[in-house]
Design a protein around this ligand. Structure first.
Ligand code: C2E
Ligand code: CA
Ligand code: CA
Length: 563
């Protein structure tokens, strides 16, 4: 029979055994014999025994059980153990002075027996060791089928032993390490699966023999991903990784490299799987970096990722539960003596049940990066159109409102139809419905985007170019692209006083826009000086904290009525 390679991975640790006998002298004698090799728990009757077994069900390697005891005898304990799945795997050696009980106990599922009184300590120790070994091998055989290829532990077995190790050695500092072979699928494709397998097998052997030795555990998680649990590495992790990469030196013509995520000094309070989630998270942060091939788990980065995932996964529920609120920030016309509200920008807020009020700067980019943004935006636009209808019905207020249109929304084939639909059913004039499209969208995918915006304009919508001045657009481009309103990026306004060049630039933009029949809006205006300056150069629409922050609908309506 081939030697089971997994045996090499067992941590050289002391197993825990339970000795159950009602006679103290027997417990002490056996304890003395076994304590040279094992950690020992004791019970004086069946009830106590079952209690201890339940509490130590994952760490007990063996139970040595007397048959004749008061309260609850050994037969009863055996039967109970057999009928509970989680206890059934723990092997039992029966203690008996009655030769005839042997057959019965073996039938009940005992693994072996020891005859009282005890004669040879060596024989007893040998029986204990053999029973434990057999049972562990059986466990291995049952659960390692998937690991025929590399002979490394399966993840179930790996986690179980790592967990046991933690329980026995809570004081040892350990590192949870995740490894994966870079572009392994390409290696498979280029050189064939056989070569891929050969690399995996070779790597597994290297890990077992050179990296782990008898000081840790290794497993193959899946495909080309491996986990290691090993004593904390004090040395530089780059050295560690170099050592690991040396495994592939034998494949002269194939460039095989590994990346590595390390959760160092793992927190033992965490479930073992969670410890490795952290190592896996760390390795995932290496993915797109080509200068460094290992990363240490970082609490903050992980929290951030969890936060992002929560937000991304929460979008449907948030829409269903009306957690997204529309705020309105008024835009003022300052051309007359007293500033007057002439329109407003709709800005979304997320009233999150757990995180409180979240600003769009946190979730809009997330939804843009995974394509969910159109869900949110379509919903917001619909809300805005409905509100505009209500304002008109209830207060006779007809006001222009702009909504934000993400550059990603411009890829939605039904964008024009949807917008037309919501204004139509809410009886809103599309001329009052402004679409703020960021300048960078125009330059990103020029012709297609321009065509899309022309379509929107054909349906009667007004187009406002947002954040003008942040991208690469130029003034002469304004002549060719569809745009009704130019919204100067906040940075212009906020750096006004720092340079006269800036002032000149703004007034140039405003004059050029005017010549092209395009209105200009200044946003991010916080101070009176800025208002005066803008007014002076003919920029008459102003949005910013100086006049008002974005407001909840009711507050906005109050302000509107005062106005
Ligand atoms: P944006 O479209 O450039 O909106 C202007 C941002 O500046 C808003 O931030 C607004 O609250 C803020 N702001 C207004 N006046 C001032 C001021 O005087 N000083 C300063 N420092 N800031 C001012 P907010 O509401 O946090 O929105 C951030 C960005 O999120 C928006 O930038 C927009 O790109 C995006 N966004 C907001 N709502 C939506 C939405 O419904 N859909 C999409 N796709 N994006 C949205
Ligand atoms: Ca905007
Ligand atoms: Ca803006």
């Amino acid at each position: 029979m081939p030697k089971n390679p997994v045996n090499n991975d067992k941590i050289n640790r002391r197993r825990l055994i339970l000795i159950v006998d009602d006679e103290q002298v027997n417990r002490e004698l056996l304890g003395m014999i076994a304590s040279t090799e094992f950690d020992i728990l004791y019970a004086a009757n069946g009830i106590e025994a079952l209690d201890i077994i339940r509490k130590n069900v994952y760490t007990l390697s063996l139970v040595i059980l007397d048959l004749m005891m008061p309260e609850m005898d050994g037969f009863e304990v055996l039967k109970t153990m057999q009928s509970h799945e989680e206890m059934a795997h723990i092997p039992v050696i029966i203690l008996t002075s009655d030769k005839d009980a042997e057959v019965q106990s073996l039938k009940l599922g005992a693994a072996d027996f020891i005859i009282k009184p005890f004669h040879s300590p060596e024989v007893i120790l040998a029986r204990i060791e053999r029973t434990i070994e057999l049972s562990e091998d059986r466990f291995i055989i049952q659960t390692t089928e998937r690991e025929n290829l590399t002979g490394l532990l399966t993840k179930e077995y790996f986690f179980r032993y790592a967990d046991q190790y933690d329980r026995f050695h809570p004081e040892d500092s350990m590192d949870a390490v995740a490894l994966d072979i870079i572009h392994f699928h390409m290696i498979n494709e280029m050189y064939g699966r056989n070569v891929g397998d050969e690399i995996l097998i070779h790597f597994a052997r290297f890990l077992r023999e050179e990296i782990i030795g008898n000081k840790g555990l290794a497993c193959r998680l899946d495909a080309d991903r491996f986990l290691l649990y090993l004593p904390h590495i004090e040395e530089d992790y780059q050295d560690f990784l170099d050592r690991i990469n040396r495994a592939f030196d034998v494949f002269v013509d194939i460039n095989v490299r590994v990346r590595c995520g390390i959760y160092a000094n793992a927190d033992k309070e965490l479930e073992i799987e969670k410890q490795f989630d952290r190592a896996l998270h760390a390795v995932s942060t290496v993915k797109d970096r080509y200068d460094e091939f290992y990363a240490l788990y970082d609490d903050e980065a992980h929290d951030k990722q969890v936060f992002s995932e929560r937000l991304v996964n929460g979008i449907d529920e948030a829409i269903a539960n009306k957690q997204f609120l529309v705020y309105f920030q008024p835009k003022y016309d300052v051309s007359g003596d007293t500033p007057k509200i002439i329109s407003a920008e709709a800005l979304v807020r997320w009233k999150h049940p757990e995180y409180g009020m979240i600003s769009p700067g946190l979730f809009i980019p997330l939804f843009e990066s995974n394509g969910l943004i159109h869900k949110l935006d379509f919903y917001i636009w619909e809300q805005v159109a409905e509100k505009m209808r209500r304002w008109k019905e209830e207060f006779g207020a007809e006001i222009n409102v702009s909504v934000n249109v993400s550059r990603i929304d411009l890829h939605s084939p039904d964008l024009e139809d949807f917008l037309e639909y919501i204004v139509t059913i809410n009886d809103v004039d599309p001329k009052r419905f402004y679409l703020e499209i960021t300048e960078s969208a125009y330059t990103e995918d020029g012709d297609r985007v321009t065509q899309k915006i022309f379509n929107l304009r054909d349906r009667g919508f007004q187009i406002e170019m947002d954040d003008f001045g942040t991208g690469y657009s130029s003034l002469n481009m304004l002549a060719d692209v569809p745009v009704d309103v130019l919204k100067l990026d906040m940075k212009f306004i906020q750096h006004l006083r720092s340079s006269t060049k800036n002032e000149i630039l703004i007034s140039l933009i405003i004059n050029a826009a005017k010549a092209l029949g395009i209105l200009t809006v200044a946003e991010g205006v916080e101070e009176k000086d800025q208002v005066d300056f803008l007014k002076g150069i003919g920029c008459n629409i102003i949005q910013g904290y100086y006049f008002s922050r974005p407001l909840p609908e009711q507050d906005f309506l109050e302000l509107l009525k005062e106005n």
